[in-house]
Write a protein that binds this ligand. Sequence first.
Ligand SMILES: Cc1cc2nc3c(=O)[nH]c(=O)nc-3n(C[C@H](O)[C@H](O)[C@H](O)COP(=O)(O)O)c2cc1C
Length: 296
Amino acid sequence: MQINIPELSIPQRQAWLQHAIAPRPICFASTIDKEGNVNLSPFSFFNLFSTNPPIVIFSPSRSGRDNHLKHTFLNVLEVPEVVINICDYDMVQQVSLSSCEYAKNIDEFIKAGFTKTKASIVQPPMVKEAKINLECKVIETKNLGDKGGAGQLIFAEVMYMHVNESILNDEGTMIDHHKIRHIARLGGDTYAVMNKQNLFTVPKPIKELGIGVDALPESIRNSHILTGNDLGMLANVQILPEINVAFYDEKLTNIIQYFSINPTEMEKELHLYAKTLLSQKKIDDAWQVLLAGENV
Ligand SMILES: Cc1cc2nc3c(=O)[nH]c(=O)nc-3n(C[C@H](O)[C@H](O)[C@H](O)COP(=O)(O)O)c2cc1C
């Protein structure tokens, strides 16, 4: 299927792009106007764009329905400060409730049932229930258009951070992703929660250059069994590994003996075994199994 984006209606455009660009973290923004009226609203057009200076950007778009500017955007034009509260699963239903289009003088802290706490250096209050709060100065805004759906970017410099100790690792040195169940928005009504079952790690590419998929032996590169993820792990070595004569693996020996009269089946079995080893992050062993097949 191919989609010519400019031909779509605004709601369709929004739906296709939001379903595709997912999951998106949620900025739960607390702002005030110059009279001191408080606003609290969620925005998933949000991310970290720079650490030096520390800049996040989020976008309360012009309404796709009637083109109005969101209160959050109007507020930061009056008082250029925001507290970005980071959302987790314990808050998701209240966060959703706070996105109702309440009138400008209505305080969504009260409507959604959140507790205010005083920020250290900015005027808008923080959400007590959020386990992370970022106090920010708004340094710039950028209007991406005048029609409904046009993003209104808010560039916010993070000045001060509050982290609830309950989400720190055992050493107390960093946020533990297993302890804060971050939420993210996908398309439509669908959200994701980051919990034990769906967290995984990918080791950073080696500091030296990985050999790359193009440098893998042809039989490995064109394997019908090894996937792109498998090739990515194998190609993240500095030099093409060589056979290690000291490597002994009973299963490898059995495969080579059993399939010695059928090289095609042997290659298949070796690739399947290497794939299993890769899934256990035993990359050196997987290489030895594959090299054994290359040299039979
Ligand atoms: C999880 C979530 C994410 C949202 N993300 C955005 C967004 O990125 N941009 C936007 O304009 N509206 C977004 N909305 C809708 C706004 O929260 C909603 O329009 C809100 O009423 C704006 O409030 P305000 O006018 O008080 O600033 C989102 C709503 C939810 C529930």
